[in-house]
Design a binder for this molecule. Structure first.
Ligand code: AMP
Ligand code: MG
Length: 396
């Protein structure tokens, strides 16, 4: 099977999962239980926002034509009280942020730009019509769709739902994602590994990545590099909505995963991607479920999940657009790599926004990942970057 470019591999994941996506079950939850969940309904404004013209500042409601000048103070309007006053020519009404702008007024002058003497307010400068006033319905009209289905409920979306009174909302059920680490060298995190052994870290990084992508992780027991045991645990994992396998997909003599998957009549959509770390990444279908075989080096597992598998988890969670948090930053130093592969290398986004590559000894170097906070993304068609040039960054 031919190796795919990073873009083609990501497109393959997104297209395949979208094609295979049936209706996702939904549930209705109280708003305060929906953090991070994906909205399964559109949300509409229950009235105009704002429902009446609102002042954006503490100050004085005026007719803009009367200013500059001296106006007679004709009362006060507070936030949270119905507006019973109307402004007459030659008058100013004291008004607070969030209070209803009285009929007759077309602008609010900030209190900082006025002086008060007896019952007169003095305005030294002109004001534009509409200044510091949010007209009725300028944010949204009653009945407008303010949020479509398929978006994740983060804090801003939650504020919007609270403001329109959506106390109970319909969200997608979270998919279950099975996680299977493979390798005879792996021991559990609370054991003391012998010199030839290592603790299983991939199951735990993946569990967190899965949860962050909006799904429910289920960590299976470690499979040794043994065909029968691997087949057994794969069968268990294919009971979930998605299966993530770490390790055992490279060309080593005891890399059993592809062989074990063949006993489930698995079809493979790709088994090599031109990225580093993570080149032997596998994506396929078995028993009607998608699976990923993520190369076992910790950074390979992480990068393959973030850049490829995460899109599948997000689509299965009901998200309409998978999210890859790519941005740009200026390099703090010169950088070069061997072209041909899209590289995701540990780097540190520093205060001030520059990006510093972090020294590492390869994709097993978890200590380097601890010193990094982002991934530098090196273009496969470009070998050299000078300090100060823009380079892509994948946020972590
Ligand atoms: P593999 O993909 O099975 O060839 O493994 C590649 C490297 O990753 C080897 O050095 C493994 O020991 C290491 N590795 C595999 N699985 C894990 C895991 N679950 N946690 C930490 N390291 C692992
Ligand atoms: Mg292995």
């Amino acid at each position: 099977m031919a190796a795919l470019s990073f873009a083609d591999a990501r497109r393959t994941v997104i297209d395949r999962v979208r094609e295979g996506l049936g209706p996702i079950p939904t549930e209705t939850l109280r708003l305060d239980d929906t953090a991070g969940r994906v909205l399964a309904q559109a949300i509409h404004a229950d009235r105009d926002y704002p429902p009446e013209a609102r002042s954006m500042r503490d100050g004085f409601a005026v007719r803009s034509a009367d200013v500059p000048g001296q106006l007679q103070l004709a009362g006060e309007i507070r936030a949270g009280q119905p507006c019973t006053l109307a402004l007459q020519p030659g008058q100013a009404i004291e008004i607070m942020t969030g209070a209803t702008v009285p009929p007759g007024a077309d602008a609010v002058v900030m209190v900082e730009h006025t002086r008060t003497e007896d019952h007169r307010v003095i305005f030294d400068r002109p004001i534009e019509t509409g200044a510091n006033v949010n007209p009725q319905g300028c944010d949204a009209r009653s009945g407008d769709e303010v949020l479509p289905g398929g978006v994740r409920l983060q804090f801003a979306e939650t504020a919007l739902l609270a403001s329109v009174g959506a106390a109970y909302v319909n969200v997608y059920r979270q998919p279950r994602v099975a996680i299977l680490a493979t390798g005879d060298e792996l021991v559990e995190l609370d054991s003391h590994p012998l010199p030839h052994q290592i603790r299983n870290s991939n199951s735990w990084s993946l569990a967190l990545q899965v949860a962050r992508a909006g799904a429910l992780p289920r960590v299976l027991p470690v499979a040794g590099d043994d065909l029968e045991a691997t087949i057994d645990l794969l069968g268990d994992g294919l009971g979930a909505d998605l299966l993530l396998i770490s390790g055992g997909v490279s060309a080593g003599k005891y890399d059993m995963v592809e062989l074990a998957l063949k006993s489930f009549d698995a079809s493979f959509h790709f088994d090599r991607v031109l990225i580093q770390p993570g080149q032997p990444c596998v994506f396929g279908t078995a028993r009607g479920k998608f699976f990923f075989g993520l190369p076992g080096n910790p950074a390979s597992t992480m990068v393959c999940f973030e850049t490829l598998a995460r899109a599948a988890v997000e689509l299965l969670s009901g998200l309409s657009e998978p999210f890859l948090p790519l941005t740009w930053a200026r390099l703090a130093v010169n950088f070069r790599h061997k072209p041909g592969l899209t590289r995701f290398l540990p780097a540190r986004l520093q205060a001030g926004g520059t990006l510093l590559p972090v020294k590492w000894s390869g994709s097993g170097d978890l200590a380097a990942l601890g010193r990094a906070n982002a991934w530098l993304v090196a273009d496969p068609e470009r070998a050299e970057y000078a300090a100060g040039e823009l380079i892509q960054v994948l946020l972590r």
